[in-house]
Design a protein around this ligand. Structure first.
Ligand code: CA
Length: 228
C-alpha cells in the first residue's frame, strides 16, 4: 500500500488532505512538527511526503534536506510564501514539486498521483505499458483504450503484453505462442491468427487498417508505436 506522510502544523488542513488521500486508497501518516515528521519518515515506510515549509521544531527545508540525505523519497513542498525564490530553493534541495497555499485538496491529490507516477517510472516499478492510446496495467490485468476499458481473454492479454513490452519488434507466431505457455491452447501457430483477429476487433478503430497490430508478411506481427 502506498503511504503518504503529511507534515503540516495546521490541523484542519492536515485532516482535509488526509481524508482526500485516504479516499484515493492511500495510507496516510501525519505529523504536526518538522522534527517528529522527520523521525517518522525514517522509521516508517513512506512513499511520498507532503511537506509544509513553515513548521515548528524543524522547518520544511531542513526536513527535506535531512530526509533526502537518508532516503530517496519524492517530496511535494507546501508553501504559504509565494515568492519565486522560495519556490526555486524548494526545488533546488530536491523536492519534486511545490504547491502554494491556498490550494484545493483535489489539486493536491492530482499532484501526488503525478509525482508518484513519474517517480515510479524512474525506478522502473511501474507496471504499465503504454503504446499510443493503449494502456496496459499489468498488475490489474486491465487494458484501456483512451478512457474505455477493454475486456480481453487471458490469451489475448498475454499476446498483447508481450508485444507491448517491445513496440516495433516483430514476433513470429511461434514466439507469440510461447507467451501462452502454461495456458490451454490448441497448440498450433495459426491459432495466433485467430487471437490477433479478435484482438484487432477489440482494440483497433478500423480492423481493415490496423494502426496498432501490424502484420509483417512472412514473419508475424508487431505492435506499432509509430504514427503513420
Ligand atoms: Ca505551517
Amino acid at each position: 500500500m502506498t503511504t503518504i506522510l503529511i507534515i503540516e502544523d495546521e490541523p484542519v488542513l492536515s485532516r482535509i488532505l488526509q481524508s482526500y488521500l485516504e479516499r484515493e486508497g492511500y495510507r496516510v501518516l501525519t505529523a504536526a512538527r518538522g522534527d517528529t515528521g522527520y523521525d517518522l519518515s525514517l522509521t516508517e515506510k513512506v512513499d511520498l511526503i507532503l511537506l509544509d515549509l513553515n513548521l515548528p521544531g524543524m522547518d520544511g527545508m531542513e526536513v527535506a534536506r535531512g530526509v533526502l540525505k537518508e532516503k530517496d523519497i519524492p517530496i511535494i513542498m507546501i508553501t504559504a510564501r509565494v515568492e519565486e525564490v522560495d519556490k526555486l530553493s524548494g526545488l533546488e534541495i530536491g523536492a519534486d514539486d511545490y504547491i502554494t497555499k491556498p490550494f484545493s485538496p483535489k489539486e493536491v491529490v492530482a499532484r501526488v498521483k503525478t509525482v508518484l507516477r513519474r517517480y515510479l517510472k524512474g525506478t522502473g516499478q511501474e507496471k504499465k505499458l503504454i503504446v499510443k492510446d493503449l494502456e496496459m496495467d499489468i498488475d490489474a490485468h486491465q487494458v484501456k483504450k483512451g478512457k474505455h476499458i477493454i475486456e480481453l481473454t487471458p490469451s489475448e492479454f498475454e499476446i498483447l503484453k508481450l508485444m507491448a513490452e517491445n513496440p516495433g519488434r516483430v514476433y513470429t507466431r511461434l514466439q507469440l505462442l510461447d507467451a501462452l505457455q502454461g495456458q490451454a491452447y490448441e497448440g498450433y501457430e495459426r491459432t495466433i491468427d485467430a487471437h490477433i483477429k479478435n484482438l484487432r476487433a477489440k482494440i483497433e478503430s478500423d480492423t481493415k487498417k490496423p494502426r496498432l497490430i501490424k502484420t509483417v508478411f512472412g514473419i508475424g506481427y508487431k505492435l506499432s508505436a509509430e504514427d503513420d
